[in-house]
Design a protein around this ligand. Structure first.
Ligand code: NAP
Ligand code: 3JN
Length: 338
């Protein structure tokens, strides 16, 4: 099997760390792995297939001879370095929002729109969607194909790992401080996150929505390739370490009963149906953490519209929401589109 020189940019972060793990777990055909981060991390090592790999500083000449670059160093850094990497012949799979809505850059969830990967040839960059969008479209794609979605109303319950390593530490530190009756410190979030819910993810726009909410609105339409779908979102940070949960209300053009939805979701790629409320069985963030699938349950009729459903959708935001989805794109790229 052909092997590839792979670089992970942002390797020391929450997403980059998981990318290295997922590349190893899935035995991605890596010839040589280059780990890139800021100058702060130079000299650190990370383990890959039992070998210690040294982290190097991300620089303009980091991509000579690299075939595939998995990027998660933040939007500003991707904006600068992804085109540089692409110009040197590397296909970039970028986890930031920097390029997602550009019309000539594919925005891909392999279970939903794998074919769009072919467009990597245009700019040498493929965007990985926002984590909250990914799990929602994985669950909705089979239902949309069967009954055409008219409108989506989604509310999210997002884990702190979505904000990166510093936020994971902030929740741990605040819980410990409260337990020990000490004052809490707030460095990452504007309010206490321990034992609280913050209806605020990313920055606020003039409309009153946050950027995270608008990512869900815009990315969903692009990935489902249907700009007629109405989408509205409320995104909330909750004191959970791993796993985003979503309450999703969907109105369809045609009939879609809970039984029809369950039948479709049972055979949908990347989906696990977990829906037996009489036995207290439904998707939970704690169960989804560390797993690859998107879990769907609590499927029930919304009888305020002609054809409507409510459901609960949960996935590991760092795996399916970021690292795993990016590696799945890379797998499909080398198998079918390179
Ligand atoms: P994180 O834990 O804070 O990690 C940030 C990573 O970027 C670290 O490896 C850091 O290196 C590196 N970095 C920062 N500034 C850099 C620079 N100037 N040059 C090179 N590397 C630099 O954050 P994260 O949670 O992994 O998220 C990183 C990015 O991934 C986010 O900003 C976001 O764009 C994207 N993301 C996407 C999703 C999604 O929904 N698909 C989810 C989460 C994050 P050092 O350790 O050396 O500082
Ligand atoms: O907050 C979350 O749960 C997901 C966060 C994603 C994120 C964090 C910082 C910057 C993104 C993203 O992927 O949309 C970005 C960004 O690149 O805009």
């Amino acid at each position: 099997m052909k092997q590839y020189n792979v670089a992970v940019a942002g390797a020391t972060g929450a997403v980059g760390n998981e990318m290295v793990k997922v590349l190893e777990e899935r035995n991605f055909p890596v010839k040589n792995l280059t780990l890139l981060a800021s100058s702060r991390s130079v000299g650190k090592t990370m383990s890959f297939h039992g070998q210690d790999v040294r982290v190097q500083e991300l620089k303009e000449d980091s991509f000579k001879g690299i075939d595939i670059g998995l990027f998660s160093p933040g939007g500003a850094v991707s904006t600068k370095f992804a085109p540089i990497a692409a110009a040197s012949g590397c296909v970039v799979i970028d986890n930031t929002s920097a390029f997602r809505m550009e019309p000539d850059i594919p925005l891909v969830v392999p279970e939903v729109n794998e074919h769009a990967i072919a467009d990597h040839k245009k700019r040498g960059i493929i965007s990985n969607p926002n984590c909250s969008t990914i799990q929602m479209v994985v669950a909705l794609k089979p239902l949309h194909d069967a009954a055409k979605i008219k409108r989506i109303v989604v509310s999210t319950y997002q884990a702190v790992s979505g904000t990166g390593q510093k936020a994971i530490r902030e929740l741990e530190d605040q819980v410990l401080a409260i337990y020990n009756m000490k004052p809490i410190e707030k460095k990452v979030y504007p309010h206490q996150i321990a034992f609280n819910c913050l209806p605020h993810i990313d920055s606020f726009l003039d409309t009153g929505y946050t950027k995270e909410e608008m990512k869900m609105v815009n990315e969903t339409k692009k990935i489902l390739e249907d700009y007629s779908i109405a989408v509205t979102a409320t995104t909330v940070r909750v004191p959970v370490f791993y796993g985003h949960s979503e309450s999703v209300n969907v109105e369809f053009e045609r009939e879609m009963t809970p039984d029809m939805a369950r039948k479709l979701l049972k055979k949908a790629p990347g989906v696990k149906l977990v829906d037996n409320p009489s036995k207290n069985i439904y998707p939970l963030a704690l169960d989804a953490a560390g797993k690859d699938d998107t879990y769907v349950g609590r499927i029930r009729v919304d009888d305020t519209v002609k054809y409507g459903l409510n459901m609960w959708v949960v996935a590991d935001n760092i795996r399916k929401g970021a690292a795993l989805n990016a590696v799945q794109i890379a797998e499909s790229l080398v198998a079918k589109y390179l």
